[in-house]
Design a protein around this ligand. Sequence first.
Ligand SMILES: Cc1cc2nc3c(=O)[nH]c(=O)nc-3n(C[C@H](O)[C@H](O)[C@H](O)COP(=O)(O)OP(=O)(O)OC[C@H]3O[C@@H](n4cnc5c(N)ncnc54)[C@H](O)[C@@H]3O)c2cc1C
Length: 455
Amino acid sequence: MTESQTGSGKHVVIVGGGFAGLHCARKLAAADPDVRITLIDKNNYQQFQPLLYQVATALLSPSNIAFNLRSVLMNHPRVDVKLGEVVSVDLSTHTVRTSHGHQYQGDFLVLAAGSQPNFFGTPGAVEHTYPLYSLHDAELLRSRILAMLESADANHALIDKGALNFVIVGAGPTGTEMAGAFADILDSWKERKAVHKAYKDLPLDRAQVFLVDAGHAVLGAFSEAAQRYAARMLTQRGVQIRLGTTVTEVGSEHVTLSDGTRIPTHTVIWAGGLQASSMSKSLGFKLGHGGRIDVQPDLTVPGQTGVYALGDFANIAGKDGRPLPQLASVAEQSGKWCAQNIVRDLGGKPRKAFEYLDKGIMAMIGRNAAVAEVGERRHELEGAIAFAAWLGVHAALLTSTIAKVEAFIEWAWWYFGGTRDDVVLDRTEELKVDWNQDTEAMASAAPSQSAGKAG
Ligand SMILES: Cc1cc2nc3c(=O)[nH]c(=O)nc-3n(C[C@H](O)[C@H](O)[C@H](O)COP(=O)(O)OP(=O)(O)OC[C@H]3O[C@@H](n4cnc5c(N)ncnc54)[C@H](O)[C@@H]3O)c2cc1C
């Protein structure tokens, strides 16, 4: 089926309804009511990735961080949402085709398909790790964590086989926030005995959280002071940090590190790197670092008329000429900027080079602990004030008002010591682990220091 152009105005096809695509659609619809927009996404919702780890650790529910695209765009009659995974792109005709065979052609084409995990060819990582990049990933990981608790509760001997060992690969913001959240939850369960009530005799003090990174600092993109603070906070909360260490192999029941350490575990969380989403491979175009498109300063794709690439799907140069990081704020601003440039194209005016307004970076390390570097001058905050800033900024970024209110209620509940004991294990397949294949891990695992040297 080929979708044809019926409206009076120009037609813009946007692939990807994340931060970049959604903001592009909204801005364009508001700026030029004659333009017809088709937004295609493989999901019918926008997912708020910065809070995925809170879904994985049951602090927030999926509905707090995922927003139906049709509802979000309901007030824009010229924006139509199509559910479909784009599998091929013809840059010269601005035509995309979905896996169901539907084709969409526009006068303009906007590529905003985001990222996917990069496993860097690590053996076993694709098969045995839990990436944290989508709502589906977060829900699966939450089920896995619960499954491990249930398994260990039913048979304490499984703790020696790594049932309560959680290994996080990558100490950037995602891995660090995940490690902090884990440590917080285990801590509150231990201290407040909430889980001791639910799981009467599960020895949670034997749970271990490892944070592994090839680099030599936690939160590599932050200042040295922030890195030291984050490492100190995580260590105080019981996280075992392994820096300068790569994961060389992941198995179904263990992970092996470059220093030879073998950690028995059934939950390896991959926060180790990103690359452009797989759609980039269908472009027949020379891609840049991370499989992304090196766009021109005005966000257009070199050599292609009327084609833009945005957000995580593009390498967008900053003021210093180096690519801007893969951040929600870069994606959002590039989406809005692209809309303005399309309006300029339509009005026969010259496009403008993208100017990124750097509001800073922040990361949550746990209750009352966060780091923030505010503005281009990177004014540093840490501790409770950064924690409060983090809550405010992330709530403000959420797409709907109800989500903002609900998130604040959940965070307040958490802050004042409430735990989520009511999380259900709705994916019982996560319980299906062949615990008997792992005799080696069992032999090498000591109760509280189960990361043993191989060989
Ligand atoms: C766990 C995690 C934590 C993060 N934390 C922060 C943070 O604290 N602060 C911050 O600023 N940034 C953070 N980021 C980065 C931020 O989320 C991204 O930079 C941002 O989401 C990029 O927006 P985007 O629109 O380019 O891509 P996305 O938001 O990924 O949107 C891409 C969209 O394209 C769709 N899509 C992909 N392929 C196809 C296809 N073939 N066909 C149709 N649709 C497709 C996807 O379904 C998705 O909806 C985090 C990212 C992750 C993964």
